[in-house]
Design a protein around this ligand. Structure first.
Ligand SMILES: N=C(N)NCCCC[C@H](N)C(=O)O
Ligand SMILES: O=C(O)CCC(=O)C(=O)O
Ligand SMILES: [Fe+2]
Length: 353
């Protein structure tokens, strides 16, 4: 099924109150939320009283309950940088393998660097993508044994020139943006704007994956995909993902509660945002970390840059008190996790090495 941008926007603007949201039929598309009113007030301690903020918060709450996915516009990241990040990513992956493998990811590099097509594994199946993985750098010994696996320096290519500077600038903007969206989500959950600061995510860890997907049986590609799963079905690990995807290829799919795969077509200039496993726990399951995957069906090479905003590396995550009281039903067994343990467990099973 295909949607044009107008359809997505229209469905996104339908307002439901919380009762109807719970009874709503399964989502068939993903809403677009203009967060500029939230960003205008996000440093004001009284932001919750602002009508513009309240409207955004209502839309975030509905999107997080229904789909766990939403597009964000009015995000304030300059369009030139937003697009340049994808163009330079395309330029990097276009280089010969000998050049790319100079920054190869290995356990010794703290799982930072370049992986070729088929080296990342999801549920036992090699993914048909290549990528550069980056993580916020940890000071040696910072989290003791918990952090050891992830210690290391990010590996940046020499070519394209200025790639590191560009990505670091972009990552800093994504970090600020994600913190501000999380203030809106904290309000949506019925908490203070600052629930996800301090010991929870005041020193947020982050992950960035710079990704390229080969075109389907394209003649001039370096490597032909052996199947059409660009990235197998998975959930993201932390709080909130900000995905900057190529403008003209539909490849990302999101699973709804009926098990149907719903496309998340490109909406130029927007981030695709989705909830990670830690936010699912904080929200006591009110918000789901939705399964998603990438299917290769276009002959064209596709790039995407995924920024993952996480909790503090050593955060012990359990449902917020405001969310415990909101879940009806008898003696629910609350989930718990230490974020760093969750990440390390994933990373250690994600690779062929
Ligand atoms: N940091 C995050 N969220 N990365 C998502 C990668 C998903 C694929 C990975 N092989 C997996 O199976 O999880
Ligand atoms: O490339 C995409 O569209 C999504 C990638 C993704 O889901 C991930 O890296 O976690
Ligand atoms: Fe993902």
């Amino acid at each position: 099924m295909q949607f044009n941008n107008k359809t997505v926007a229209l469905i996104g603007s339908i307002k439901l109150n919380s009762t109807t949201a719970a009874m709503a039929t399964d989502f068939k598309s993903i809403p677009i939320i203009d967060i500029s009113p939230l960003l205008a007030k996000c440093d004001d301690p009284k932001m919750a009283e602002d009508p513009g903020v309240s409207e955004v918060v209502k839309q975030l709450d509905q999107a997080c309950k229904e789909a766990g996915f939403f597009y964000v516009k009015g995000h304030g990241v300059p369009q030139s940088l937003f697009n340049q990040v994808k163009e330079q990513t395309r330029n990097f992956f276009h280089l010969p393998y000998e050049e790319k493998v100079k920054i190869k990811l290995t356990p010794a590099t703290g799982y930072r660097g370049y992986q070729r097509i088929g080296e990342n594994i999801t549920k036992g199946v090699p993914d048909m993508h290549e990528a550069i993985d980056c993580y916020r750098e940890l000071k040696p010994g910072a989290y003791g044994d918990l952090g050891k696996v992830m210690e290391g320096c990010n590996q940046w290519p020499q070519d394209p020139p200025k790639f590191k500077d560009m990505m670091e600038e972009y990552i800093n903007l994504c970090t600020d943006l994600a913190r501000n969206i999380m203030r809106g989500i904290a309000l949506a959950l019925g908490g203070s704007p600052y629930e996800f600061e301090g010991d929870r995510a005041g020193d947020a860890f982050w992950v960035t994956r710079i990704i390229g997907y080969p075109g389907k049986s394209s003649e001039n590609s370096q490597e032909k995909p052996t199947h059409d799963i660009g990235c197998g079905a998975h959930t993201d690990y932390g709080l909130l993902t900000l995905l900057n995807q190529d403008d003209d290829i539909t490849a990302l799919q999101v699973r709804n509660r009926s098990g149907e795969w719903i496309s998340a077509p490109p909406v130029p200039g927007t981030f695709v945002c989705n909830i990670g496993d830690m936010l699912k726990i904080y929200s006591n399951g009110l918000y789901e970390s939705t399964l998603h995957r990438v299917i290769i069906s276009s002959p064209k090479y596709r790039v995407s840059v995924a920024y993952f905003y996480e909790t503090n590396f050593d955060a012990a995550v359990e449902p917020l008190d405001v969310c415990k009281v909101r879940v009806i039903g008898e003696a629910k067994k609350f989930d718990r996790a230490v974020y760093g343990e969750h990440l390390v467990k994933k990373v250690l099973t994600n690779f062929v090495y």
